[in-house]
Design a protein around this ligand. Structure first.
Ligand code: M1P
Length: 255
């Protein structure tokens, strides 16, 4: 069944989802006129949406202030915040999911563990509370670039974060948490499954026959990997926004 609101499109049962950084825009930069024009043409044919890890304010900076009206679906923080045709859908947060009691235990364990680490330097913000996750940094998020680089080397040698994650996995094995050492000085902690596949639950009711996904970090360990390999999607790997435009023109016969 085609959703009424999409019935004006040429292929209303096809959804095309895009990662943001590296796929629609260069990393952390803004969208080009060429990408915008291509998306406007595409939207006449199919249903379109974006799904990024950043929060909505960052996505508005990158994709433009009118983005909620230019995409049929908008997913921030992998879909924890979601919009369909500009209307907000149910949202979710890490604290809501874990509850105050377990979060208290988790944060106390982390703070105790941090205080027992032997480290050459400590700065500030060791535990950052975010909407969809927590981020834990032994040196602290206030470290300068030089201090980040130093810490990264120290961590490689002493496996500080890897051991920390092992201890957390052991202590909190009853919670379905994923621990991800993605950056230089910290690791992220979030509920298992809160990767980009999280957004797919929001599109389920529209009964799409085909869901395409375009992303640049589709390799194992990349943050597009799970949705790219999900059975519900047809995955496309791109290196740049220019690649995205090229593939869209070919696939959907655009100008
Ligand atoms: O994108 C990878 C990671 O980037 C930052 O990590 P760090 O500060 O350790 O370099 C953080 O934003 C982290 O959440 C993110 O996963």
């Amino acid at each position: 069944m085609v959703a009424q609101e999409f019935s004006y499109k040429e292929q209303p049962q096809t959804l095309v989802l895009f990662d943001v950084d590296g796929t629609l825009t260069p990393a952390r930069l803004t969208v080009s006129d060429e990408v915008r024009d291509t998306l406007a043409q595409l939207r006449k044919k199919v249903v379109i949406g974006f799904v990024g890890g950043s929060d909505l304010s960052k996505q508005l900076e990158q994709l433009g202030p009118n983005v909620l009206n230019e995409f049929d679906y908008a997913f921030s923080e992998n879909g924890l915040t979601a919009y369909r045709l500009g209307e907000k859908l149910a949202s979710q947060s890490f604290i809501n999911w874990i509850g105050e009691e377990e979060y208290n235990k988790l944060s106390v364990f982390i703070l105790k563990y941090l205080s027992n680490l032997e480290l050459p330097k400590r700065r500030g913000t060791f535990l950052e509370f975010r909407n969809g996750m927590i981020n834990v940094s032994p040196i602290g998020r206030n470290a300068s670039t030089a201090e980040r680089n130093e810490y990264e080397e120290y961590d490689k040698k002493h496996q500080i974060r890897a051991k920390f994650v092992e201890a957390l996995k052991k202590e909190f094995s009853h919670l379905k948490l994923t621990f991800s050492i993605g950056g230089q000085i910290s690791f992220d902690v979030f509920p298992t499954g809160w990767d980009k596949t999280y957004c797919l639950q929001h599109v389920q009711q529209d009964g799409f026959k085909e869901i395409h996904f375009f992303g640049d970090k589709t390799m194992v360990g990349g943050n597009d990997y799970e949705i790219f390999t999900d059975d519900r999607t047809i995955g496309h790997t791109v290196q740049t926004p220019n690649d995205t435009v090229k593939i869209l023109r070919e696939l959907f016969n655009l100008k």
